[in-house]
Design a protein around this ligand. Structure first.
Ligand SMILES: NC(=O)c1ccc[n+]([C@@H]2O[C@H](COP(=O)([O-])OP(=O)(O)OC[C@H]3O[C@@H](n4cnc5c(N)ncnc54)[C@H](O)[C@@H]3O)[C@@H](O)[C@H]2O)c1
Ligand SMILES: O=C(O)C[C@H](O)C(=O)O
Ligand SMILES: [Mg+2]
Length: 604
């Protein structure tokens, strides 16, 4: 009975989805075959006869007009039969085959592509985003068919201001930029890293409803230090070592100037830059341009939300966060970003700005970072442990992860090292001595192979009461006693779309700490106590549009509160200021693009 009711409700939802709002017209400056070859406008067999006449399409398509729903079902059927036909093939082969079928649709018909992506985000995010996107980047030379986004190379110096006008769209809202130097945990992939901006922007469309005609993935190719790629005859990037120092910065400077000259209201997300440039560029541009670094700032907010969730999971009050012992493995852009934000949260809770980091331990490839570390990185220095009173005895410079976990007995073990399996059996078993009633393991490195441990190992070696989150998706773990261990995906995808959307709709010219904090707090408070008690710290990816709407609204409100909001489109700063929380959420939701075929109107 219950199932019948659920099926009926689902059918109704299905019917509504396809007959939703009546779309406004869309101006197109081309006709005939040019439209069929443009994925922004193409509807394939979905062009109604009247439109075929108006746009010079009659005879260029088979006569039968298919509805959007029929096209959708047809695609899903091919996808499901691909799944069936490849079930005995190796995982990588299947993943790439799935990516190819989605990519072909992306290249042909964006409206249909984004609709299937939005409706099936749980199944498709692992293909267009982590982990498969990593595999795609690694195999980019062989997979490349058509370009997507823009490529600026070191050879384009002096030309970027004119090159930027080669992009066909008049308006661009969101740009994701990489130099390919640290792609997920896969290292320097040079020009092949373009897959990351493409995947991130797909998430912008799917989660934040950014119009796909207003997104721009960008690769800044300044060379690569990856020897294998430099020797690969199929490598598509510059065959030279990476530019360094001022030469490198002058290329990024020129790109940023060009972008903001053409699109002064755009937002640029820096993605997967190696640590030194991630921090340097963030500092260099964040007050000058509307930009943020997702690996530093987006990740930090998501991790903080997870850390606060881990406190609630123990049945403790949020204020107890200040007492949580946290071991962070990986002192790169992500690990340091997380600690900086966690430290700010502790300062806010205690009102003590100059506090020492009594409860954070940071390790990198050389082990525990202490004040004895030679040539310590400036960003890591504030988190180096001392040896005075209050310190745990016997923890020397460079202590191993197992030693640190055994001595500290942390509440949380958080990995952003890029090293797969580093939370091995010994380390995880040491976590059984954690002072927490619900020890938390966050294996946040991507893609799956680089996760610090698997979900199954975390539950097996630490215990069934563990709270687990990973950067790439894992399936829930069945304990065999009817109980399951919930797996969370602690990925910056829960924040960057809302940070970008909220910033855009606020019209802020830069992204303040307050806006980022509001985003993190919104995510942290999204889950109910019951969910948290069950070890569910993050929403299901199926509700990513909903959470992104809330995060976007929180960012708009923070921009308004700080007097940074200058408005967007017809909505001015005064109107934003007078919006209630609910009205702001409604404003954000109203501005999210949703894929439906619009009537095309030709204009010369
Ligand atoms: N889940 C997410 O949302 C998310 C967000 C950002 C980054 N990440 C992942 O985090 C990882 C690191 O990203 P990053 O930008 O900080 O990279 P990074 O290169 O800046 O830093 C990596 C750090 O790991 C340390 N490290 C290397 N080997 C180690 C070892 N054996 N033991 C301990 N530490 C070791 C390095 O010394 C360095 O400090 C990547 O795999 C990336 O995919 C995940
Ligand atoms: O890309 C992701 O999945 C998250 C993050 O930005 C990363 O670099 O790993
Ligand atoms: Mg990243």
């Amino acid at each position: 009975m219950w199932n019948l009711a659920r099926a009926a409700a689902s059918n109704l939802r299905q019917a509504r989805r396809f007959s939703a709002a009546i779309p406004g017209p869309c101006i197109v400056h081309k006709r005939g075959a040019d439209i069929l070859h443009d994925p922004w406008f193409n509807k394939d067999t979905g062009f109604p006869l009247t439109e075929r006449d108006r746009l010079g399409l009659r005879g260029l398509l088979p006569p039968r007009v298919m509805s959007f729903e029929q096209q959708y079902d047809r695609f899903m059927e091919s996808f499901r039969s691909l799944e069936k036909n490849t079930h005995d093939q190796p995982d990588n082969v299947v993943s790439l085959a799935k990516w190819r079928i989605l990519n072909r649709l992306h290249d042909r018909n964006e409206t249909l592509y984004y609709r299937v992506l939005i409706d099936n985000i749980k199944d498709f995010a692992p293909i267009i985003y982590t982990p498969t996107v990593g595999l795609v980047c690694q195999n980019y030379g062989g997979l490349f068919r058509r370009p997507r986004g823009m490529y600026f190379s070191a050879k384009d110096k002096g030309e970027m201001m004119s090159m930027i006008y080669n992009w066909p769209a008049e308006e661009v809202d969101m740009i994701v930029l990489t130099d390919g130097s640290r792609i997920l945990g896969l290292g320097d992939l040079g020009v092949q890293g373009i897959g990351i901006p493409i995947g991130k922007l797909d998430m912008y469309v799917a989660a934040a409803g950014i119009n796909p005609q207003k997104i721009l993935p960008v690769m800044l190719d300044v060379g690569t230090n990856n020897k294998r790629l430099l020797e690969d005859p199929l490598y598509l990037g510059l065959r030279q070592p990476r530019l360094e120092g001022e030469e490198y910065l002058s290329i990024i400077d020129e790109f940023m100037e060009a972008v903001f000259r053409r699109w002064p209201k755009a937002i640029v997300q820096f993605e997967d830059f190696q640590m030194k440039w991630a921090f340097e560029t963030l500092q260099r541009y964040r007050k000058r341009f509307c930009m943020f670094n997702d690996d530093i700032q987006g990740t930090a907010g998501v991790a903080l939300a997870g850390l606060l969730g881990a406190v609630r999971a123990q049945g403790r009050s949020l204020q107890d966060f200040v007492k949580q012992k946290i071991v962070v493995v990986g002192a790169g852009s992500a690990g340091i970003g997380v600690l900086n934000m966690a430290k700010q949260a502790v300062s806010r809770m205690t009102g003590d700005n100059g506090m020492e980091n009594h409860n954070f331990w940071l390790l990198d490839k050389d082990g525990l970072i202490t004040k004895e570390r030679k040539d310590i990185d400036a960003a890591a220095a504030p988190f180096a442990r001392g040896f005075g009173p209050g310190e745990i005895e016997g923890l020397r410079e460079g202590a191993s992860l197992t030693e640190v976990v055994k001595k500290v007995k942390p509440h949380v073990l958080l990995g952003l090292s890029g090293v797969g399996g580093i939370f091995n059996e010994e380390v995880l078993k040491a976590m059984q001595e954690s002072e927490s009633t619900r020890p938390a393991i966050f294996a946040m490195s991507n893609p799956t192979m680089n996760a610090e441990c698997t979900a199954a190992d975390a539950f097996k070696h630490v215990g069934e009461n563990v709270v687990f989150a990973s950067g790439s998706p894992f399936a829930n773990v069945h304990f065999g006693n009817g109980k399951i261990g919930h797996v969370n995906q602690a990925n910056n995808m829960y924040l960057f779309p809302g940070i970008g959307l909220g910033t855009l709709l606020s019209g802020a010219h830069f992204i303040s700490d307050g806006m980022l904090q509001a985003a993190a707090e919104c995510l942290a408070s999204y889950m109910t106590d019951e969910e948290i008690q069950n070890g569910i710290l993050f929403p299901s990816i199926s509700s990513i549009r909903h959470i992104t709407t809330q995060v976007g609204a929180a960012v708009v409100q923070a921009a308004v509160a700080e007097d940074l909001a200058e408005g967007h489109g017809e909505i001015g700063p005064r109107e934003l200021m007078h919006m209630s929380k609910e009205e702001t959420v409604e404003y954000v939701a109203r501005n999210m693009w949703y894929p439906i075929y619009s009537p095309l109107v030709h204009e010369k």
